[in-house]
Ligand binder design. Structure first.
Ligand SMILES: [Zn+2]
Length: 224
């Protein structure tokens, strides 16, 4: 049994593993129940973004939003695991040589303290266990920004300008970076993180998100 399997087995004793969509109890090494798995629409797309690519597991829809919002509001291990596992599938399908480091899109420190965790860091930690790619928390969020959902694209970019800082440029020098986030709507957050990473003299920057909002008028959008 691998260390990862052992962790899932132990966790399952205290918090029975559940389907991230319908909440039914599932096997300790499963990620989704059979019925929801058959209905879930994986897209596993890769599109050009900034100077690299943006990989995406699925569209932000009724089912995937339940997973995203659940993981964001409560520390729901089954939902976080599902996102990490499907991101691993997406990433390993796409690359012959995996990126060197995972960089989570950060939360503002006092927001993280208040919540007790960062869902993106949790996803990255598990994604790292699954892929062997180390996590480098090289970007910090240095000020709180307005809720993005009420803002237009240009205002989103202004709202985010200068809100991130590079805290560990050395760790990224010459590296192929994969920036990871749960959701992308307009891509404004990812663009700002990209700008923040540039002085690190990294080799390449790609992005991976669990869900991407496709319809601009989607009422469910909650992130940039
Ligand atoms: Zn289910």
């Amino acid at each position: 049994m691998t260390k990862y399997e052992l962790k899932r087995t132990l966790l399952d004793v205290f918090f029975p593993n559940r389907c991230p969509v319908c909440n039914k109890v599932i096997g300790r090494m499963d990620y989704i129940c059979k019925e929801c798995g058959e209905e879930f629409e994986y897209s596993y797309t890769a599109q050009k973004f900034c100077t690299g690519r943006l990989l995406c597991v699925c569209r932000y829809d009724d089912k995937s939003s339940r997973i995203v919002l659940g993981a964001k509001r409560n520390r729901d291990g089954s939902k976080l695991s599902f996102m990490a596992y499907t991101l691993m599938k997406c990433i390993t399908q796409h690359y012959d040589t995996l990126p060197d480091v995972l960089v989570p899109v950060p939360m503002y420190s006092s927001d993280k303290r208040k919540k007790g965790y960062s869902h993106t860091e949790k996803i990255c930690a598990e994604l790292s266990e699954l892929t062997g790619i180390p996590v480098v928390k090289a970007v910090e969020k240095i000020r709180r920004t307005k809720e993005q959902k009420s803002l237009k694209r240009k205002d989103r970019l202004d709202n985010l300008k200068g809100s991130f800082a590079l805290s560990d440029a050395k760790a990224l020098s010459g590296k192929h970076i994969l920036v990871v986030d749960d959701v992308s709507t307009t891509g404004a957050t990812l663009e700002e993180v990209f700008r923040t990473l540039l002085p690190s003299e990294c080799d390449a920057v790609d992005f991976a998100v669990f869900a991407r909002t496709v319809n601009k008028n989607d009422k469910n959008k909650e992130n940039a």
